[in-house]
Design a protein around this ligand. Structure first.
Ligand SMILES: [Mn+2]
Length: 280
């Protein structure tokens, strides 16, 4: 509920007695009792087991300074699944994990079931038992109270489904259907194309993909919250794609790894090509 008569500015006890800005969104969520306020959240989606891209993003000062790092699914289905999971596991409680459709596929592959994507079938067989148990237990959504944004729901594709498609230009009726019951701010990945849009008062953020961007290069991620600057930032970290492809080909024994690195690192697909696959 919006309370326009409430003061927008509050004074808080801080070491330097600075004035800290809060706003109505923070008040509304605090009143509903949804967790402590997280100041800054880095969102890394669709890492897809590309360690050089992940390493580059984790080295960003704003990611290192973030209170939490939210992983919105499709984390390890790619050429370096084990090292990716081990590195993210080293973040401990700073990482908030949300599962995507590829986590389901890796678990299925690890347990001897057929999965459609060849790299997921291979990656599943690389995992240790603790990886499989971790991925099998991941929640489909996470909710945080982020400073300046209020309640934020994190999911992989949509809050209700981990593999349906919504795009920046999906019509309002489609958004109303897939976001039924969701809060005012939703972060979703899955389509590997970054955007921020409004849909009937809700703000939807797609950080893009760390490891498999379509239409652009670099590793895409998002920074949320904070009491200064924009509360939603779409960010991109550049890294040496040729060196990354060389390193992946040298260590990965997935039989089609050279084709994979060509398609996702050396000569990445365009957004138009991706949309042709996504759109029925
Ligand atoms: Mn996905």
């Amino acid at each position: 509920m919006l309370r326009p008569w409430r003061t927008r500015w509050r004074r808080r006890e801080t070491p330097d007695d600075a004035v800290v800005v809060t706003d109505h969104a923070d008040d509304a969520v605090r009143d509903r009792g949804i967790g402590p306020v997280t100041d800054r959240v880095a969102v890394l989606s669709d890492v897809h087991g590309v360690l050089p891209a992940l390493t580059a993003v984790l080295a960003e000062p704003d990611v290192q300074a973030a209170e939490l790092i939210v992983l919105t699914g499709d984390i390890a289905a790619g050429p370096q699944p084990v090292r990716t999971l081990d590195l993210l596991g080293s973040l401990g409680d700073r990482a908030v994990w949300v599962g995507g459709n590829c986590e389901r596929e890796l678990v299925a592959a690890a347990r001897g079931n057929a999965v459609p994507e060849p790299i997921s079938a291979w990656a599943g067989t690389q995992l240790r038992t603790e990886h499989v148990e971790l991925l099998d237990g991941l929640p489909k959504t996470a909710t945080l109270h982020v400073r300046g944004l209020g309640e934020v729901l994190f999911c992989h594709a949509t809050p209700r489904d981990d593999e349906e498609f919504v795009l920046v230009d999906s019509p309002l009726g489609r958004w109303a259907e897939v976001l039924d019951g969701a809060p005012d701010t939703i972060v979703c990945g899955h389509t590997h194309m970054p955007y921020v849009r409004l849909a009937d008062r809700r703000t939807i953020v797609n950080p893009g993909s760390v490891g498999m961007p379509y239409g652009t290069t670099g590793a895409h991620w998002a920074l949320l919250g904070g009491s200064d600057g924009p509360a939603i930032q779409l960010r991109r970290t550049h890294f040496d794609r040729a060196s990354a492809a060389d390193a992946i080909e040298a260590e990965c024994d997935f039989p089609e790894v050279a084709e994979w690195t060509r398609f996702y690192l050396r000569e990445p697909a365009s957004d138009a090509e991706a949309l042709a696959v996504f759109t029925p």
